[in-house]
Ligand binder design. Structure first.
Ligand SMILES: Nc1ncnc2c1ncn2[C@@H]1O[C@H](COP(=O)(O)OP(=O)(O)O)[C@@H](O)[C@H]1O
Ligand SMILES: [Mg+2]
Length: 252
């Protein structure tokens, strides 16, 4: 469904991504995990065609992001780090506005509005203005705008950041629910987030992929590099892959 090939991104002299390649299969939840500044947002902005890579490319549902960006956009729903909301609009008005801007016909829009209202749990705030909403409901509204045109792929940039524990659980459940019919890539710097939600993980650090696979595969990889512990969780894996030198020093 998504095939990212050898992406490199330079901001002036600064190299934000180097040789990044990964795939996401249909209806898979792929977690892009890495510390702040790793290049997660950059990779997502390239995938959603908002940013041109310096080199490399990607395909979304068979369409190249450089050759057919408009086909790619049709197939992608994007929730950026800060959801693009209009504070004075009611939730319903806002989603109507986004839906028409994405070219939905009147009847399709009515059907999709009904669907996102239920799927994103927005019934209680449907007639509220965006500035009245809690952060959790804002994020749900952000998700609803990403879903209004019924894309096959969802790209979610740190979808649970800034939410309280209950809101986090709500958004996680929603993501898992949506993955029954969508391919989802989400980014996070929080280990528990990928542990809870992702089928597969791509670990990125300083613009490079340091490992990718299922949690089980990553544990195996770390073990072959000489890690002693038998029951590795993602935190052990993360530390082992991102801070190998530090770990060596600690164990001396
Ligand atoms: N427009 C930009 N110009 C220059 N540097 C940028 C720009 N956007 C991001 N960067 C830098 O690129 C690196 C990766 O950023 P980003 O993709 O936002 O990482 P992440 O989302 O993983 O935190 C960071 O060091 C960041 O400061
Ligand atoms: Mg980011």
């Amino acid at each position: 469904m998504i095939d990212v090939k050898d992406l490199t991104m330079h901001y002036g002299g600064f190299v934000a991504l180097t040789g990044v390649s990964f795939q996401a299969r249909e209806k898979e939840i792929l977690g892009l995990l890495g510390p702040n500044g790793a290049g997660k947002t950059t990779a997502m902005r390239i995938l959603t065609t908002y940013l041109y890579p310096t080199s490399g490319t990607a395909k979304v549902d068979g369409h190249d992001i450089l050759e057919h960006p408009e086909e790619v956009r049709k197939r992608i729903g994007y929730l950026p780090e800060t959801a693009p909301l209009y504070p004075d609009m009611q939730v319903e008005e806002y989603l109507q506005f986004v839906g028409s801007a994405r070219g939905l016909s009147k009847s399709a829009l009515i059907a999709r509005l009904r669907w996102v209202r239920e799927a994103c749990g927005l019934e209680a705030v449907w007639k509220h203005t965006v500035n009245e909403l809690s952060k959790g409901y804002r994020q749900r509204t952000g998700l609803a705008q990403a879903l209004i045109h019924d894309p096959k792929v969802l790209i979610l940039d740190e979808p649970t950041s800034g939410l309280d524990p209950l809101q986090i659980i709500g958004i996680r459940d929603l993501i898992k629910q949506l993955a029954k019919e969508k391919t989802i890539i989400f980014s996070t710097h929080i280990l528990q987030e990928v542990e809870a939600v992702a089928d597969r993980v791509v670990i990125i650090n300083e613009g490079k992929i340091v490992a990718q696979g299922t949690q089980k595969e990553l544990a195996e990889e770390v073990r072959t590099r000489g890690h002693q512990k038998s029951d590795l969780n993602l935190e052990d894996i993360f530390i082992s892959l991102l801070m190998p030198k530090k770990r060596e020093k600690q164990s001396v």
